[in-house]
Ligand binder design. Sequence first.
Ligand code: ZN
Length: 330
Amino acid sequence: MARSAAAQRQKTAPTRHSLRSHVRITKAQSTIGAKTIKTEPTEEELGNVFTIKIKEEQEGDVCDDTKEPVKSEHGLAEDTILTSSDSPFPTFAHPTPKECELVHATLVGIHGERTRPSQKVAPKDVAGCGTSQSVLDALVRTILSQNTSNKNSTRAKKSMDAVYGSSDNWEAIVKGCQPKLQEAIRTGGLSVTKSKAIINLLTQVYEKYGKYSLDHLFEATNDEAMSEMMSYGGVGPKTASCVLLFCLERPSFAVDTHVYRLTGLLGWRPAKATREQAQEHLDATVPDHLKYPLHVLFIAHGRTCERCKATGRGGGGAAPCKLRNSNAVM
Ligand SMILES: [Zn+2]
């Protein structure tokens, strides 16, 4: 089965028991373009836990991505230049694999370990973002989640399922035409754009393959899968990367609003990088085995930390940020 083969490709994130005592990282290995970089942080290095510096911020400017990121200290900046020609910023030296390991361990300490579920089950109670056994369903779910909250995209998904009788009644959706779908997903925001994108996707897939399925992408390479998904209107790099990461279970570092903001704070990308450039850069630099857990943990942090929430102003009575107050912030 292609899916079980894909599952076998999955690497399990290293287990960490404590941030400050014996943090064990079996091996960090990053394949960047044609170059393979290995790093094995020592206990001593990890004992110092987290020598990464997050740029100092003024109260309330959590979302300000325009400042210059602060470079890492304690030799991290002297690490091998890790970026490759795959990055739009080949001379930007962060994040290093070690920085990724340290921030991952910090976030695990705050939010708990995140590993891929052993079985992908398309959730019925939320729209999800790429979590489905069907590539086409994952793409539609991710399109619904574009530029809106989980709550809104879930409302749109439930409404769509109710109108068409099931969650993947693609034929009925196409036959019903775009205005009906637009109305069905109205509560999810951007319903005109999203309904057009979904109808366009379904129509093109059917014309191309004679069926409503993109499951052949389980057998495709990462580049082939990204390329095909992005060939459909309305599917951008973030949407395609989410499907690659969650549905196809490949190492891909999708950059959403939380990931973009937090990686800006960490100085993991140039301050002025666009979302797309940030994704290209981070996909080239974050070690493969950390792409899934770091993506999920950044989102968990961005959604729950009072200081880092997109909607929060970060100051006043907001609870302190455990990431910023950890030894990760020197
Ligand atoms: Zn925070």
